[in-house]
Design a binder for this molecule. Structure first.
Ligand code: SF4
Length: 473
């Protein structure tokens, strides 16, 4: 993706029944780093709960000395990009609190769409918040619910929550509310965000994406179903419970295939690589290249797989047009003398030798505001490219996401107020085409009864309480 404007959301990973659980979760989180780079945290338990969390990347947050404190046979971890609540240490997850059901830790991937309403109601009842995340709301609801044990309290609390959630809980009591240990994984009834169950020998593993399993040698058992809660208390088996709400459809985020998930993962029962490549092929069928094109190039890294699919279908060579610097952090010191397109230049550099005098099809997975695309196109022109025909492996983004992806407000999305022709002129390409919603669904082998396409259609499945200011975790 050219734009830094759509941010990855969050990732969770948990291991139960392994003496190196904390270390395995740490490794799993490194594989999920693409889902959140602002903070990382792990809670492990060995009779008592141990927590370490910090700002930054997993490798920065965890050092040998604090990994050694994360002892125990079970652990859950989280990487965060904030979609609700600011980027500060107090918002790092997993959150850990004392409740009537023992010490409870939680990591969340998603977004409670009615968070502000719930928060106000809880505040009127005396709740005091430690963080500014929507995740904390679920802990307040659990603490207030008068149930026999944590699973019942979670089920009861989730009846009041709307929106997207893949949640991972850890508790130092069992399902009889006796001292023990329990890991609970829950996916919202529409299944917006992925959540997968795996096996590592006799241990259980849960993660947002299967790429976390590959690193630690775990095998995928199955997807946790939309509206399913899995309770793990021992190494032999788990208990599966259905949430009260049972919609007739699911609403899995199709953007996971386009951009967010890693191509080496399998989510929603499908290979991300296969779907992403098919998005490129479908794009070539719908928007073939004009005559006399020399090559297909991609905006690295997220658009490379779709570009390979496009090139294959269009029978054109795929070339590397840009090199992306992987070592650029979120903040950098700009030169005192203003330099045109500095922010784009620091991240991408065109390979002049492969571009000069050529006519290319440039593949990107999406256009958000259009400003970064425009800068990149200027860089290609400066590198001597003759014609640039841009093809986008998703439909125009016309609405903001309220289900766990940090997108700009709708009015900032260029496609919400500009036609394709106007966007073409703004970014300065010779031609511009997007994939259709139908073509995108065909590539993902599904329908609008399975996938969420709200940011492309502008139609939302759940009630949206605050249009422009209520972006929630
Ligand atoms: S609105 Fe878009 S990004 Fe958000 S869940 Fe739906 S498809 Fe995914």
């Amino acid at each position: 993706m050219l734009e830094a404007s759509l941010k990855e959301e969050c990732g969770v990973c948990g291991v139960f029944g392994h003496r190196d659980a904390g270390h395995l979760v740490y490794l799993g989180l490194t594989s999920l780093q693409h889902r959140g780079q602002e903070s990382a945290g792990i809670v492990s338990w060995n009779g008592r709960m141990n927590r370490h969390a910090g700002m930054g990347l997993v490798f920065d947050v965890f050092k040998k000395e604090n990994l050694q404190t994360l002892r125990g046979h079970a652990a859950i971890g989280h990487v965060r990009y904030s979609t609700h609540g600011s980027s500060v240490i107090k918002n790092a997850q997993p959150l850990l609190v004392s409740t009537p059901y023992g010490q409870v830790a939680v990591g969340h991937n998603g977004n409670f769409t009615n968070a502000e309403i719930l928060k106000k109601k809880l505040e009127l009842g005396g709740a005091i918040y430690q963080t500014t995340t929507d995740t904390e709301i679920i802990l307040h609801l659990i603490a207030k619910s008068k149930k026999n044990n944590l699973p019942e309290a979670i089920l009861h609390s989730l009846k009041r929550v709307e929106g997207a959630y893949s949640l991972l809980f850890a508790c130092d009591r069992d399902s009889h509310n006796k001292p023990g240990s329990m890991m609970i994984a829950v996916r919202d009834p529409y299944g917006f965000r992925p959540l997968v169950l795996g096996r590592l020998g006799s241990s259980w593993v849960v993660a947002s994406e299967t790429c976390a399993f590959d690193l630690i040698g775990a095998k995928t058992e199955r997807e946790i179903e939309p509206g399913e809660m899995i309770i793990i208390e021992n190494n032999r088996n788990y208990k599966s419970v259905r949430l009260a709400e049972r919609p007739t459809r699911s609403s899995m985020c199709i953007f996971e295939f386009i951009y967010f998930a890693r191509p080496d993962s399998k989510i929603f029962g499908k290979s991300v690589y296969e779907v992403r490549r098919e998005l490129g092929r479908q794009l070539a069928r719908e928007a073939p290249p004009p005559p006399n094109i020399h090559s297909v190039i991609a905006v690295p890294d997220s658009s490379v797989v779709a570009a390979l699919g496009y090139a294959e279908q269009a029978r054109l060579p795929f070339e590397i047009g840009f090199i992306r610097s992987h070592y650029v952090g979120r903040t950098f010191i700009e030169p005192s003398k203003p330099m045109r397109d500095f922010r784009a230049r620091i991240k991408y550099n065109p390979i002049r030798e492969s571009l000069k005098g050529k006519s290319v099809v440039l593949i990107d997975d999406s256009i958000v505001r259009g400003t970064t695309s425009r800068k990149l196109i200027r860089m290609l022109r400066d590198a001597g490219v003759n014609q640039i025909h841009m093809r986008i492996s998703s439909p125009p983004i016309v609405g903001s996401c309220y289900y766990g992806i940090d997108t700009p407000t709708t009015s900032e999305l260029i496609a919400s107020s500009h036609s394709v022709k106007q966007i073409r002129d703004f970014i300065g390409v010779d031609s511009l085409s997007y994939l259709s919603i139908e073509g995108m669904l065909r590539a993902a082998k599904g329908s609008t009864n399975q996938y969420c396409v709200s940011c492309f259609s502008g139609k939302y499945l759940t009630k949206i309480y605050q249009e422009e200011s209520g972006k929630q975790s």
